[in-house]
Design a protein around this ligand. Sequence first.
Ligand code: NAD
Length: 249
Amino acid sequence: MKKLQNKVAVVTGGNSGIGLATAKLYAGQGAKVAITGRNQATLDSAVAEIGNDAIGLVSDVSDLKNITGVYQKVTETFGKIDVLVVNAGVFTAAPLADYTEEMFDQTSDINFKGAFFSVQKALPYLNNGASIILTSSGVSTKGMATASAYAATKAAVRSLARGFSAELLDRQIRVNVLSPGPVETPIFGRNGSTQEQIDGMKVYMADITPIKRLGTSEEIAEGFLYLASDDSKFMIGGDLVLDGGYSMI
Ligand code: NAD
């Protein structure tokens, strides 16, 4: 029995990494999937990988104007939404002394403001009983040098899941967080770092994680499936931590 048969799912930032693995797993479990991202070409190739009539829509989550259009299009194509995965995010690390206002605003606009409005604008397009999953991070509860602004946005997202849950109870809409630890994805290479810096960051992250390796996007996608499906129907406002022990031990 497929766990998401006849469900409609939207995955923001679904053209790469964790979002793409999640979209693929959802489609394999019977969902009609819409992914968003900023680049049409990567969306097109991701859609081909996902299959099951998936669609890809260009949308920058930090630009509020175009978020509503995405949900309208999804609803016209597949019907109202049952699962919303708020996954789009960026990771920009730099020493506190060097962290610029531009880095701060971009991190905050995408990871925090983008998450808030991705949910707000979806409200008219969600079925009652829908599941919303926000992507936080193991670092939201831990101090990590160079990552304080990023971690703070993820702590904010953790908080949003509690407030949204309280507000959406009357529609039986569940809002939960998934907190991955360090995962092998392109995220570490998106902020202008050299290959050597990226490799160094990955080695460092694996070393400070008790399991002594990075996670895979597929391991994290399994958690998104749990939170999307009825398997997690007793979970509201919670945090599923899949982090190899990073924030636990
Ligand atoms: P990734 O870079 O592979 O994917 C990020 C996705 O977000 C991409 O599809 C990208 O296009 C999209 N995106 C970025 N900015 C956007 C914007 N303004 N509008 C729309 N889409 C945008 O990285 P990933 O590791 O798969 O990250 C997915 C989520 O997981 C992020 O929220 C990230 O913070 C979180 N996370 C990642 C890790 C990790 O170690 N990889 C750990 C904890 C949390």
